[in-house]
Structures are given as C-alpha cells and as structure tokens.
Ligand binder design. Structure first.
Ligand SMILES: *Cc1c(COP(=O)(O)O)cnc(C)c1O
Length: 370
C-alpha cells in the first residue's frame, strides 16, 4: 500500500493523468535550496539526470541525448515541434484525442506546414493508411504520434507507425508523456527521433519540467529552426550538454525531486517492475469495475496500463456527486474528455499500489447508487 493515505498533508490519492501522487521521499527531496552555478547541481544532479534518462530510454546511449526544459509537458511538445520542423518542412500529425489535437493547435500557432491524419477517439491509426498518405505527399518531412492517448487510455501502435514513418524517410516524433517510465521501450529500436515526456508522469516526480530524448544527429541539424527564444530545444541543449547549465532559471527543487524519483524507479526494479505494478493496478481496477457494473470504453487490446475510461452506468449518473463522495473518502478520479460517449477516467500510475485500487473498489461499492 502506498504511504500517502494516512498523511495529513495528503488527504487523497490522485488517480488522474497527472500530476500524480508522489512518494514521501520525492517530496522530502525538495526541502533544501541549490545554487545553479557549480558542480553539485549542474554535474551531480542535472547531468546525472540527463544520463540516466538517456540510459532508461535506450541501450544506444552513444547516439541519443536528453534535453530538459522548464514548464509542463506541453511546453516541451511545443518546443519539439517548433525546433524539429524547419521552415520548409511539413509535419503529419496523427490525432485520436485531446493531446493529438493540442499538437495541431501548436502547429497552427507556430505556423508550421502540417497535415492531420484525424481519427475518432476510439480508433487507432492504421499503418497502411499512413503509408498511403506519406507516399501521396512527398513534401512531408516529419510524423508525430501520441503513444498513450491519455484522453481515453488508448495505446497507439507506436512500433508500426514509427516503422512506416522511417521506411518513408521521415523524422518521427513520439509524445510518450504518459507512457515513458511506465512501459518498457527502447527509442533506438523503435527508431524514434524525438521522445517527449515530463517529470510528473510515470517517473513519478513533481510537476515543473519536461524532457526530450533525441537522436543526437537529428537535434544537431536543427540549429536556428526554432520559432521561440525560450522554447528552442537546440539552444537549450547546447550549454546544458556541455556543463549541465540551464539557459534560464531551472526548477531546482523539482529537478532534485526528480533525481530522487529516478532513484526510486531503480529501487523498484526499473521500468519493467513499474510496468508490472501499473498493469496489475489496471487489471484489478477493470475487473472490479465490471463486477460493479461499470464497463470500460476500450476493448482490452487497445487499453494501456496507464489510465482507463469507464462508461457512465446509466443516463442518470451524476459524475460530480460521485467524484465528491470518492474524494471525501481519499480518491480523486477524473472526468472524461471524449465527444461520443459519457465517460470518466481512473489513472493507475503514480505512487499507487494494488491495495489502493482494492480500497477504491470498496469505496465505489459503498457509494454507488446503481
Ligand atoms: C500529460 C500529457 C501531456 C502534457 O500535459 P501537460 O498538462 O502540459 O503536462 C501531453 N501529452 C500527453 C499524452 C499527456 O498525457
């Protein structure tokens, strides 16, 4: 069972897409200040974090590098799109949920040339269809995909989509925000050029910065591309790669907490062990919910171990009332976000253990009125 539920300053567990419940160790790591101009921060913490992130992302550490960027996850997605795609480039954005849609919004604001491969929220993209789209429009230079579409909890076919993109000679960008650290993957084997994730998802740090694991040669070719001074991944990387120095004020306490979160990920047994815990959380949840008359939105084969969407049990279901009752009993759930069905979501990630999910199921049994 997690250490959270009986601590007065954490009256509930967050079963949300992020920020997530964190361990006491991670929160305690924030209780001191750091100077950002000498080695005990830049070398021992920042460089160490960058090296460890690259190493958990791939065995091919010689060809990949990691950039850290201030802000929430979306800031690094936007920095990635704005830095990766040159003025004469064109990106194909695959969308089947809110996070794919957000990339389209970013492309519009940044005035990128783009095309969208749009699907409904319960439809995974088809590799053959992507292949046809890429062959029909040779101006496309980049492809982006959200790995786990947190809108529904769907796991998109990352391997197949990356494969088709690379066969067609495109640069491939993966928003693995909610899956990296919780699902084993190797960016080099998957041929991912840019993988974006953030501090407060499956690595279980606190919110405040995000990061991109990038194929070094690809990043080196992007100097001068960015449409923004602050959100220039190349310019952020250059000094950081040399000395661990962030260009502008870094979120020191958050960064130190993330270092602790990486230690705790290792202590748990790495990504494989964390994935097993999340998958067990998810299995107990979905089976328990089905017994309580709550059906999953997605079929099992599309479902990620990250977050699950459930259909309302009936037309009279009052989510806000259900939400308040669950919260008062220690569990924060999350509303749904899709257009074609009434749903709510329950996250399985963060400092959350199978016993927590079992207690949640007891609480739902107690408060349900269907
Ligand atoms: C959480 C998340 C993001 C980033 O959201 P922020 O609120 O900016 O941190 C982006 N993509 C996916 C798939 C996510 O789950």
């Amino acid at each position: 069972m997690s250490d959270l539920s009986f601590i007065p300053d954490n009256p509930y567990i967050l079963l949300t897409p992020g920020p997530l419940s964190t361990s006491k160790g991670v929160r305690n790591a924030m209780l001191r200040d750091w100077c950002t101009w000498d080695d005990d921060y830049n070398a021992d913490i920042v460089q160490n974090i960058r090296e460890r992130l690259t190493a958990i992302a791939t065995k091919d550490t010689a060809n990949y590098t990691t950039v850290l960027m201030q802000g929430s996850g979306s800031f690094t997605v936007e920095a990635t799109l704005g830095t990766a795609v040159p003025a004469d480039g064109k990106i194909l954005i695959i969308t089947n949920g809110a996070y794919g849609d957000r990339m389209v919004q970013m492309a519009k604001v940044l005035k990128l040339n783009f095309v969208e491969y749009a699907l409904t929220e319960t439809d995974p993209p088809c590799p053959q269809k992507l292949d046809e789209m890429l062959k029909a429009d040779p101006a496309i230079t980049h492809v982006s995909l959200v790995h786990c579409e947190t809108t529904t909890g769907m796991l998109n076919p990352l391997k197949e989509i990356a494969e088709v993109s690379k066969k067609n000679g495109k640069i491939f960008i993966a928003d693995a925000m909610s899956s990296f650290g919780g699902i084993p993957m190797d960016v080099s084997e998957l041929q991912i050029d840019y993988l974006v994730s953030s501090s407060n998802k499956c690595v279980q740090g606190v919110p405040g910065f995000a990061f991109a694991v990038i194929k070094t040669d690809v990043l080196k070719a992007t100097k001068g591309n960015a449409r923004s001074l602050c959100m220039d991944l190349y310019d952020q990387w250059e000094p950081m790669n040399k000395s661990g120095k962030w260009r502008y004020t870094s979120a020191t306490h958050v960064v130190r907490a993330f270092y602790q979160a990486l230690d705790e990920l290792e202590q748990e047994g790495g990504i494989t062990a964390r994935h097993a815990r999340y998958a067990e959380n998810q299995k107990i949840l979905v089976e328990g919910m089905a017994e309580l008359g709550l059906e999953s939105l997605l079929p099992r084969e599309l479902q990620s171990p990250i977050i699950s969407s459930f259909l309302y049990p009936n037309a009279d279901f009052d989510f806000m009332d259900f939400y308040e009752k669950a919260k008062a009993r220690g569990f924060v759930l999350y509303p749904g976000k899709i257009s074609n069905a009434d749903t709510f979501r329950i996250g399985n990630i963060g400092e959350v253990y199978p016993d927590d999910i079992r207690r949640l199921l007891e609480v739902i049994r107690e408060i349900r009125n269907w």
